[in-house]
Design a protein around this ligand. Structure first.
Ligand SMILES: [Zn+2]
Length: 201
């Protein structure tokens, strides 16, 4: 599994003819995470820096420009890497041989890409390897962001736990030591992230 949660395009209201409006719904549906790499927008320039991505590219299929079912919330790195690359002349034919793209909103997406223990992303099938290479999912920043995100949530969980224990008068020295370690790890990734963030965005 690459993502903890598969995004669902839940918005089925009026079809908006502007993508800034679609973007608000997409950010909610995708939990403010890039559909391809799962990076939280907080670590990629925020909501404003994230893009409305067209699964079947708008350059090739202008009729799908505002079609919500063809839209994704994506980070600038994945969006720029994918550009107008598409394996066919038909928006419905998303894979030809071992090349193409799987819609991140489908169950199938996670069968092709995997999150490794060190936080990096790997292609698990020939198609997964194609997506990994084309979308540049090998970029170091994706592993760094994933680890920061995970450690930050762990920190919050420990802090809440310690606060609750303290209220009950329990000894929380073990948890406090764990919190120190998690905080130290978080800032190690934070330094790497600051360094990496000097790239595009
Ligand atoms: Zn991305």
């Amino acid at each position: 599994m690459l993502r903890e949660k598969k995004p669902i395009r839940s918005y089925h209201g009026e079809q908006f003819r502007t993508n800034p409006t679609n973007k608000k719904h997409l950010a909610e549906d995708f939990g403010h995470r890039c559909a391809y790499c799962d990076d939280l927008d907080t670590y990629g320039g925020g909501y404003r820096a994230y893009h409305v991505e067209h699964f079947a590219p708008k350059e090739k299929f202008p009729a799908l420009r505002f079609d919500y079912d063809n839209l994704l919330y994506a980070c600038p790195w994945c969006n720029r890497a994918k550009w107008d690359i598409w394996p066919s002349n038909d928006p419905k034919i998303n894979v030809v041989g071992k090349e193409g793209f799987i819609d991140p909103c489908s169950e199938e997406y996670d069968q092709h890409l995997e999150r490794l223990a060190d936080g990096s992303i790997a292609g698990m099938s020939p198609l997964g390897k194609y997506m990994h290479k084309t979308l540049q999912l090998y970029l170091k920043r994706h592993a760094i962001v994933h680890n920061m995100d995970k450690l930050k949530r762990k920190r919050k969980e420990l802090e809440d736990n310690i606060a609750a224990d303290k209220k009950l008068g329990k000894d929380c020295s073990k948890k406090e030591a764990a919190l120190q370690l998690v905080t130290k790890d978080f800032f190690e990734y934070f330094d790497m992230w600051e360094h990496e963030s000097k790239g595009p965005a």
